[in-house]
Write a protein that binds this ligand. Structure first.
Ligand code: ATP
Length: 232
């Protein structure tokens, strides 16, 4: 379970001061699918980055299953992230000089795992996301939807407890985008992963168990998903 208490993120000083997050309080249950929905500049990415430790909040507390994440040093945070979290981004963030197989293998390598068993696990994962036979391709040889499926395989290959996705469909057409969300949902169901997705697409937001509506750095409303009509 994730508990967030009074999270603030302030960028800049004086006239340039921007309060990107203004006192976020939040609980996310284990295995829950939550979307963070809001207009451009409302603080969605900042929230995701602060929750996942990519960025440091200015103030506030974050607990993952009772672990006080905000009290960990950078090294401890990196280790915690590698063991417990997976990431999916809008622009896929695959490493262009590595093959599909090598890209997906990375999180396992970072955990010090290698060898035949690891390769087999990666091949199995690629099969699950519908990319069997593409192991030796490079990212540039794949379509956008396929690249995002590689990114999903990479995010899930080490069985993380939490997957963070920042606009995972933002760079895809709506049909491919829907397919990517289906895949994320299916993987969550299979693995019991907690899934937190940032989006400004209401249709995608509605797929979640719960929608957090963000505006001006605050959660202004929480809605249950599954086809609720959202008024922004
Ligand atoms: N590194 C930074 N330095 C200064 N200001 C920043 C920085 N990152 C974000 N901001 C500001 O913080 C606010 C929230 O930005 P954020 O990117 O979190 O919004 P968002 O809801 O994800 O927007 P979008 O949907 O356009 O990606 C904005 O006013 C933005 O300009």
């Amino acid at each position: 379970m994730i508990i967030v208490k009074n999270l603030w993120k302030v960028y800049g000083k004086g006239e340039k001061r921007i309060e990107a997050l203004r006192g976020i309080n939040l609980t996310i249950e284990k295995g829950e699918f939550v979307t963070i929905l809001g207009p451009s500049g409302s603080g969605k990415t900042t929230l995701l980055n602060c929750l996942s430790g990519i960025d440091s909040p200015t103030e506030g507390e974050i607990f993952f299953d009772g672990v006080a994440f905000h009290l960990l040093n950078e090294e401890q945070k990196t280790k915690f992230r590698a063991e417990n979290m997976g990431f999916v981004f809008q622009f896929f963030n695959l490493i262009p000089v590595l093959t599909v197989l090598e890209n997906v293998e990375l999180p396992l390598r970072i955990l010090g795992l290698k060898g035949r068993k690891v390769t087999e696990k990666v091949v199995e994962m690629l099969k699950k996301v519908g990319l069997a036979g593409k192991e030796d391709k490079f990212p540039s040889q794949l379509s956008g939807g396929e690249q995002q499926r590689v990114a999903i395989a990479r995010a899930l290959v080490h069985n993380p407890k939490i997957v963070w996705a920042d606009e995972p469909t933002g760079n895809l057409d709506s049909e491919t985008g829907a397919m990517i969300i289906n895949l994320l949902e299916r993987m969550r169901a299979e693995n019991g992963t907690t899934l937190v997705v940032v989006t400004h697409d209401e249709k995608i937001a509605q797929r979640a168990d719960r929608i957090l509506l963000v505006r001006d750095g605050r959660i202004i409303k929480e809605l249950s998903g599954s086809n609720t009509v959202v008024e922004m």
